[in-house]
Design a protein around this ligand. Structure first.
Ligand code: ADP
Ligand code: MG
Length: 292
């Protein structure tokens, strides 16, 4: 809890903002009409990940991972700690190049593109550990994303677009406060608002509800659904809060030891024996180790 009010350093926020490149004008896109969960239709997918392998020295963090995400879809990515979830987000967003495999976004092969160029194509992201400009206000943080885009989406100016997002994310009461002084939940919301401010088509969220109380994660679900419905933004969401993921996601994929072991509707995936084993098997092992 002590970490909740911690000031975030400008240096790490700068790293976060280096992800925000100059983007093309992006219009809202309609949701897919036949978004049958469990279907992995590559035809109207905006993101395709094919056969990704990522090695860190002798460790294979991702082992032949393939998936696709449709326009306006909310895809959940779950799996035990260390299963490769953050690594997959880092590979898609260009933080790390994959050892092999291909990432395509909106008909472009973006494999090995630098992070700022991938952001410029319309992939926004947030970080497992929040990265904000702690010494700038909430408004200035969102504006930092918005000015990269200039005016768009009928909001006339970057300032109006930033204010709209601040309201949409329930941050109006904090607008003039320094970001580093905010409680934890609003800091998380602010990081997402800043990522959305560049008018992304796809948003990668690494544990957005970590440390949130239930009321805050419910609010987050509403905000993310609004992004999906009003702006047609596709979302790839990693989180440990399974209750939230079951409510939020159209489809869920499961990573275990770098491999995708299941994909489907949230309720189906939850019951999948391989998924249960991946989670429970690990707990059993941990319990055994703690006895030894
Ligand atoms: P998750 O997000 O699912 O908890 P990660 O993607 O962070 O898992 O990590 C997957 C595996 O890759 C872990 O064994 C982790 O230690 C390793 N790993 C992640 N990033 C690096 C890195 N930069 N260097 C070396 N090993 C890494
Ligand atoms: Mg992680």
């Amino acid at each position: 809890l002590a970490a909740w009010g911690r000031q975030r350093s400008g240096a790490t926020a700068a790293a976060a903002l280096s992800q925000l490149g100059a983007t093309q004008n992006i219009s809202p896109v309609p949701r897919p009409d036949s978004g049958s969960p469990g279907l992995d239709s590559a035809s109207d997918s905006i993101l395709r990940v094919d056969g990704i392998i990522k090695n860190f020295g002798g460790l294979r963090a991702l082992d032949d991972v393939s998936l696709s995400l449709q326009s306006g879809e909310i895809l959940g990515l779950i799996g035990p700690n260390g299963s490769g979830k953050t690594t997959l987000i880092n590979v898609i967003s260009g933080t790390y190049p994959p050892s092999s495999g291909q990432v395509s976004f909106l008909q472009n092969d973006i494999t090995n593109w630098p992070a700022h160029k991938i952001a410029g194509q319309g992939i926004g992201r947030t970080f497992q550990s929040i990265q904000l400009f702690a010494n700038l206000t909430v408004f200035e943080n969102v504006l930092a994303g918005a000015v990269i885009k200039g005016s768009g989406l009928n909001f006339g100016s970057s300032e109006r677009w930033a204010r709209h997002l601040i309201a949409q994310f329930g941050l109006t009461q904090y607008a003039d406060r320094l970001a580093g002084t905010l409680p934890y939940g609003p800091q998380r919301a602010l990081e997402i608002a800043r990522a959305v401010a560049i008018q992304c088509r796809l948003l990668l969220l690494d544990e957005p509800a970590a440390g949130m109380i239930r009321q805050e994660s419910n609010q987050l679900i509403n905000v993310l659904r609004t992004l999906q419905n009003d702006l047609g933004i596709g979302l790839l969401v990693v989180d440990h809060d399974l209750q939230m993921m079951m409510q939020l996601c159209d489809r869920v994929v499961v990573l275990n030891k770098g491999q995708l072991i299941a994909s489907g509707a949230p309720q189906e995936v939850q019951k999948d024996p391989r998924v249960v084993e991946a989670y429970i098997g690990r707990k059993r092992k941990a319990a055994t180790n703690s006895v030894e």
